[in-house]
Design a protein around this ligand. Structure first.
Ligand SMILES: [Zn+2]
Length: 155
C-alpha cells in the first residue's frame, strides 16, 4: 500500500522565527502522529552535495540538505517546498521520518495553533563532533534540554 503523502494546504504558515530565520507555525491543532508535509527537493549524491556546498570552517553553511542515507541527499534549495523552513529544536514537536526513500515531517505530540513546528536535525558531520565543531553548528532553540548544537549527540 502506498504511504500517505500530504498535500497543500498545509496546517501551518511561515513567519519570522525566534529560533532562526523563518519558521513554520501551526494554524490549527495537529494531532500526534499526523504526517504534516513531505520534505521535498532535488535528489543528489553525497558527492554532489559536497561539491555544491564545500565545508568552510569560516562560514559554516546553512544549507537545505537532508541526508536520506549514505548515498542520497535531498537538496531543498532546488525543487524544495515549505518543509525546508521548519527549524531544529532539541525538544521538538515533530520528527523527520524516512519512508520508502522519502522524508516526511510527522507530529510526535499534539500541537496547538501558534506553536512553531520543529524537529531534531541530528546533523552528522564527516569529522568528529568536537566542541569546536559544535560551536560551528550552534543551537538557539531555547529548550530546557538544549544541547547547544544541532549536531547529533553521537556518531
Ligand atoms: Zn537546542
Amino acid at each position: 500500500m502506498p504511504s500517505y503523502v500530504p498535500g497543500p494546504p498545509y496546517p501551518f504558515r511561515l513567519r519570522r522565527s525566534q529560533i532562526h530565520g523563518r519558521g513554520a507555525y501551526a494554524t490549527q491543532p495537529i494531532a500526534a502522529g499526523t504526517r504534516i508535509i513531505e520534505y521535498k527537493g532535488e535528489r543528489i549524491t553525497t558527492a554532489e552535495a559536497d561539491r555544491r556546498y564545500p565545508d568552510d570552517p569560516e562560514h559554516p553553511h546553512h544549507t537545505f540538505l537532508f541526508a536520506i542515507d549514505d548515498d542520497v541527499v535531498v537538496d531543498a534549495a532546488f525543487r524544495g517546498n515549505a518543509a525546508r523552513w521548519i527549524n531544529h529544536c532539541c525538544d521538538p514537536n515533530c520528527d523527520a521520518v524516512i519512508d520508502d526513500g522519502r522524508i516526511f515531517i510527522e507530529a510526535v505530540r499534539d500541537i496547538a495553533p501558534g506553536e512553531e513546528l520543529t524537529y531534531d536535525y541530528n546533523f552528522i558531520l564527516d569529522e568528529r563532533h568536537t566542541p569546536a565543531a559544535k560551536r560551528r553548528y550552534p543551537c538557539h532553540c531555547g529548550a530546557e534540554n538544549c544541547r547547544g548544537t544541532i549536531l547529533a549527540k553521537k556518531r
